[in-house]
Write a protein that binds this ligand. Structure first.
Ligand SMILES: [Zn+2]
Ligand SMILES: [Zn+2]
Length: 141
């Protein structure tokens, strides 16, 4: 199935597949920009978001997006402070610290487990009913 959309960056029509609504050209340009920013941060670990944005000609919004995607990492001496959304611990990239990430994953799998158990119990209950009936019938005859 083809899905034609306008590129959010250059406006060109293109065959949209998944992810950001940008065409292949802009995607490549963005990737080049990312490599440039990454190199810049490596070389200038003490620069803040605004400075990176100005020197690399990229929006702070885009920088934050890369941080959330865990693509950009910042060392401890960077002025860019990223904190865990759950506990507020200092992290290098993303939304959550390793500890909170692990507990979120645990919670998720516990929910899945609980649902599976409930479903299994229900199936067992349903399966028991006809058995009980036929058992009674068997007793009557
Ligand atoms: Zn484009
Ligand atoms: Zn945390």
């Amino acid at each position: 199935m083809s899905n034609i959309k306008n590129c959010a960056k250059c406006g060109k029509m293109f065959n949209y597949i998944a992810g950001d609504v940008i065409c292949e050209n802009c995607k490549k340009e963005l990737e080049d920009k990312f490599q440039e920013v990454k190199k810049y941060i490596d070389e200038n670990p003490g620069s803040g978001l605004k400075q990176i944005s100005e020197d690399c000609n990229v929006t702070t919004k885009q920088l934050k997006k890369w941080i959330l995607e865990e693509r950009l990492m910042f060392t401890e001496n960077s002025p860019i402070q990223i904190t865990c959304e759950n506990c507020g611990a200092r992290i290098q990239t993303g939304r959550l610290c390793a500890k909170c990430k692990a507990s979120v994953t645990n919670e998720l799998s516990n929910t899945v487990k609980a649902k599976q158990q409930a479903l299994a119990a229900e199936i067992a209950k349903k399966a028991q009913k006809p058995d009980a009936k036929s058992g009674m019938k068997f007793l009557k005859t």
